[in-house]
Design a protein around this ligand. Structure first.
Ligand code: NAP
Length: 281
């Protein structure tokens, strides 16, 4: 039986810490403020944005939501981002992805001030993460590192295999594991001997976006398995790991739901707090 690494339990502990730190900052006259922009009516995006707003309220942070119509122009969205960049009470700006096809995501993400880039997607912040000198870490990989820390799992000297090389999850995940002294292998859709590689993993991170992709025959007995996937094949949320097959052979595993997902939101709150703290410097 594997240890279940509960994102629900760990994120509650992280939020308690952040809540106390928000109160301390408020006493210095600063209330962390987050602006969340959503364009169009993507149902999954609406759920994510609502949970981010709820988390702000729970932690007594200030938040503003901008729900813009699908036909919003790139120019109008850039104008809003620039206004928010210049507002003192807004410390973090998040533009929920995906954006409608007529808007260039890169143009918008690059326009967000690197000092308010709480998703850590701006090229300047990506570069800072590479050299290990950063203000913000991308929320999902940072949440995974926090889960390992709370579970007393030290990546140092371990072989970490990451399946997936997206800019949002796979690549920064590999970098954070490297910073934590793991030996890292990144796999992707062109990897020819995937099973051979994943079977060598002491820590296996699945960020593929395919339901039940990781099966028991891909996992070394005793491995730590982190499931980033959020898939809804039949409307029901499930991860990238076939949990019922893999759980009996893993030493520790994250469930879906209740695993990495809640951690991502807590890390967004942590980044908003960190952005507000930059005002003290
Ligand atoms: P993505 O941009 O679609 O990247 C998926 C990666 O998986 C790509 O690098 C792709 O390789 C690789 N891949 C696809 N098929 C493969 C195969 N057969 N063998 C090996 N690798 C394969 O997705 P993402 O944004 O990283 O997200 C991944 C999953 O995590 C999704 O389910 C997403 O919903 C979820 N997610 C969850 C959270 C959370 O908070 N829990 C946050 C973000 C994302 P190529 O590069 O070669 O195409």
């Amino acid at each position: 039986m594997a240890q279940i690494i509960s994102g629900k339990v760990i994120s509650a502990a992280v939020k308690d810490r952040i809540k106390a730190e928000v109160q301390e900052l408020k006493q210095k006259g600063i209330t962390p403020g987050l602006a969340v922009i959503i364009v169009g009516n993507d149902p999954a995006s609406e759920v994510y944005v609502a949970s981010k707003e709820r988390a702000c309220a729970e932690l007594s942070m200030y938040s503003e939501k901008y729900a813009l119509p699908e036909q919003t122009t790139e120019e109008d969205l850039l104008k809003l981002v620039n206004e928010l960049n210049n507002r003192d009470e807004i410390h973090g700006i998040l533009c929920q992805l995906p954006l409608p096809k007529h808007i260039n995501e890169k143009t918008i993400l690059d326009a967000i001030s690197p000092l308010k880039d709480v998703d850590a997607f701006h090229p300047q912040n990506v570069g800072k993460i590479m050299i290990g000198d950063y203000d913000f870490l991308p929320c999902t990989p940072a949440g995974i590192m926090e889960m390992l820390k709370y579970s007393y799992i030290d990546p140092s000297g371990k072989h970490c295999v990451v399946i997936g090389r997206s800019n949002i999850v796979g690549k920064p995940m590999a970098m954070l594991m490297l910073h934590a002294n793991a030996t890292v292998t990144i796999c992707h859709s062109k990897t020819t001997n995937l099973k051979e590689i994943t079977k060598q993993a002491d820590i296996l991170v699945a960020a593929v976006g395919r339901a039940n992709f990781v099966t028991a025959d891909m996992v070394k007995p005793g491995a730590v398995v982190i499931d980033v996937g959020m898939n809804r094949p039949n409307g029901k949320l499930c991860g990238d790991v076939n949990f019922s097959e893999v759980e009996p052979i893993a030493s520790a595993i994250t469930p879906v739901p209740g695993g990495v997902g809640p951690m991502t939101i807590s890390m967004l709150m942590q980044n908003t707090l960190a952005a507000a703290r930059l005002k003290l410097k």
